[in-house]
Design a protein around this ligand. Structure first.
Ligand SMILES: [Zn+2]
Length: 609
């Protein structure tokens, strides 16, 4: 049979449209840049990326749970008081400093004074570039100006002794990312001018060589390994090679990248967030230098991390990677309530997944990205208006989502950035293909040489299994749709013609000269399944539907000891396609997606025997 374009059809779809594996996707691609914002990139970088991220602004969220949180964060960070954010900097140099003290970690005598200013600027610039909201750019501009006023009056760029003595590299990194994003995404020239000044003024305070974090609970905490990613970016922005060399200088090779690239699992007992975000420096190092060691290190680190993830995708109880094969995650369910440092850990994990998607084009990393995104970043409790933020996720027997006990922690900064990054996760592209990575209502504008492709996705996923992709402006290219490894019998059809089932664990490729109003329907069944807490305790499991972790609401005493038949005993709740109920020891236990929980008490792991 033939379709309207005259292509021979195979089981509905043409031979050229038939589903095939996307491994070995074409390398080399045009560089994408925001209109009016120059992004300099080292020429060779293009060859090292199999697929590319879209720039901020190319993808718009149009509905669904990701957009709900994105919009809430947009309003939240826009509402922070500039005077309060700048107060600690103004105080330090004797400028008038109106406004109420921030409190918590942020104050002059706090744990890390002024730590998150750069991250709030970064988040605002990213949201501004994604949405076009000039208020975000304006706020970023005002904060950069306020920071510039401070910096002009001092050679000590830190807002207080805690930042200066215990966290100089960490805070320097946050300054850099704020200024880089303010320049690139909000077009703030002053931010570019401040970059060399910040680096020069921070350097006397930071370690002269790369340095691993020593103490988890005791100082010194400082960590240089978060620096290189942003120093590479600073080299691009300023076109000054010395920052590239400085980035290379601070790569944590002997302790981290060398053993990881050799396949040695050096994760156990390392500080989990810091070492994961350091992998972003490795990803950036591979792009900037082409040294395959860094790509290998990232791939191996991911493999080691896979062996110690909770069902949510989170890792690192008490902020530490555990030794695999020793039942340590199971132990942590009762001896800790600090199972995953969520906005920070999620931010680092999602960045790592995106680097690996870009460097390999392998859908397994996109599967992982989806899991972490839905069950950690999306699942945090909404912050209050005065410094109350999520920090630890608790997967214990009778848990609740609590704010951190001190205001304005590190996680308030990574929450701003991580949610602002949501649009980066949905679609990727290469020269000839558009990758559909997440099923969420959205529109993507893909600017290609000589044409612009526009695609709209509508779906109620993950509540429902189906997603519809409508071509608004077409062209000849391949749509590569992620078929998650955990699904079975996923189907794809084009303009109502079935293409049959698509193989799980890869991208389904539909290549075609796409016309306006062509429609691709994909159905990804999300089976109920369980994931064990660890290898040593296969009988203790969490409930998953597809990639979404479910929890039981309002658990009672004795529930952890009650064997339950998961998932077979679950019954759907009438009228609610994403909720289930189960009888456990004579009582009803209602299961809901973890990301739907706010203040209810919940249980994550259950005994099946
Ligand atoms: Zn944190």
């Amino acid at each position: 049979m033939k379709d309207q374009a005259g292509n021979a059809m195979l089981g509905g779809l043409s031979r050229r449209e038939m589903l095939r594996c996307a491994a070995g996707a074409a390398a080399g691609s045009t560089l994408t840049a925001l209109p009016g914002v120059a992004i300099a990139t080292f020429a060779t970088t293009a060859d090292r990326e199999i697929v590319r991220e879209f720039p901020f602004g190319a993808v718009r969220l149009t509905g669904g749970p990701l957009k709900t949180q994105f919009d809430r964060n947009h309003a939240h960070y826009l509402a922070l008081s500039n005077d309060r954010l700048l107060k600690v900097f103004r105080q330090r140099v004797g400028l008038p400093a109106p406004g109420v003290d921030m409190g918590g970690w942020y104050d002059a005598n706090g744990f890390v004074p002024g730590l998150t200013l750069g991250q709030y600027i970064s988040g605002l610039s990213r949201i501004g570039a994604s949405t076009g909201d000039q208020a975000c750019h304006g706020k970023a501009r005002a904060l950069v100006a306020g920071f510039g006023e401070f910096l002009a009056r001092t050679d000590n760029p830190y807002a207080g002794p805690g930042a200066e003595k215990m966290w100089p590299s960490y805070v320097m990194d946050k300054y850099l990312v704020g200024l880089i994003d303010a320049y690139r995404l909000s077009g703030i020239e002053q931010a570019k001018d401040l970059l060399p000044q910040v680096i020069a003024k921070c350097r006397p305070f930071i370690s002269p060589v790369s340095k691993d974090r020593i103490g988890k609970k005791d100082p010194p905490y400082d960590e240089t390994y978060v620096l290189p990613e942003n120093l590479f970016a600073a080299a691009e922005v300023t076109r000054d090679r010395q920052y590239h060399d400085l980035a290379v200088h601070y790569l944590l090779n002997p302790e981290w990248f060398d053993p990881l690239s050799a396949g040695t699992n050096v994760l156990p007992s390392k500080h989990a967030y810091s070492h994961t975000i350091a992998l972003s420096s490795g990803g950036r190092a591979y792009l900037a230098t082409g040294d395959p060691k860094y790509k290998k290190a990232l791939e191996n680190a991911w493999r080691f991390m896979e062996a110690q993830r909770f069902a949510s995708g989170g890792w690192g109880p008490e902020e530490q990677f555990v030794e695999p094969g020793k039942g340590k995650l199971f132990e942590s369910l009762t001896n800790s309530t600090a199972h995953f440092e969520t906005p920070c850990g999620s931010y680092a994990d999602l960045k790592l997944a995106r680097y690996l998607i870009r460097l390999t084009g392998d859908s397994r990393y996109a599967d992982g990205l989806e899991r972490t995104l839905y069950n950690t970043m999306l699942a945090v409790r909404t912050p209050d208006s005065d410094g109350g933020y999520p920090y630890y996720s608790n997967y214990g027997a009778n848990a609740e989502k609590k704010y951190y006990h001190r205001k304005w922690p590190c996680c308030s900064g990574t929450l701003a950035q991580g949610v602002a990054d949501y649009t980066l996760n949905v679609y990727f592209h290469d020269d000839d293909s558009l990758y559909v990575n997440l099923f969420t209502p959205s529109i993507v504008r893909w600017t290609r040489p000589g044409s612009t492709v526009v695609i709209e996705q509508s779906t109620s996923y993950p509540a429902e299994d189906a997603s519809r992709i409508t071509i608004r402006s077409g062209g000849k290219f391949a749509l590569k749709v992620r078929i998650p490894a955990w699904t079975r019998d996923a189907t794809i059809s084009v303009n109502g013609r079935s293409g049959g089932t698509a193989k799980a664990g890869q991208y389904a490729v539909i290549e075609r000269n796409w016309k306006q109003n062509d429609v691709l329907d994909v159905v990804v069944p999300q089976p109920l399944r369980t994931l064990p807490i660890d290898d040593s305790h296969p009988e203790v499991v969490a409930l998953m539907r597809g990639q979404v972790m479910y929890v039981g609401l309002n658990p009672w005493e004795g529930l952890p000891e009650t064997p339950v038949a998961l998932p077979t005993a679950l019954k759907p709740i009438q009228g609610q396609s994403d909720r289930y109920v189960m009888n456990a020891g004579g009582k009803d236990l209602v299961f809901v997606p973890y990301f739907d929980v706010q203040l209810e008490r919940y249980a994550t792991y259950f005994r099946t025997s």
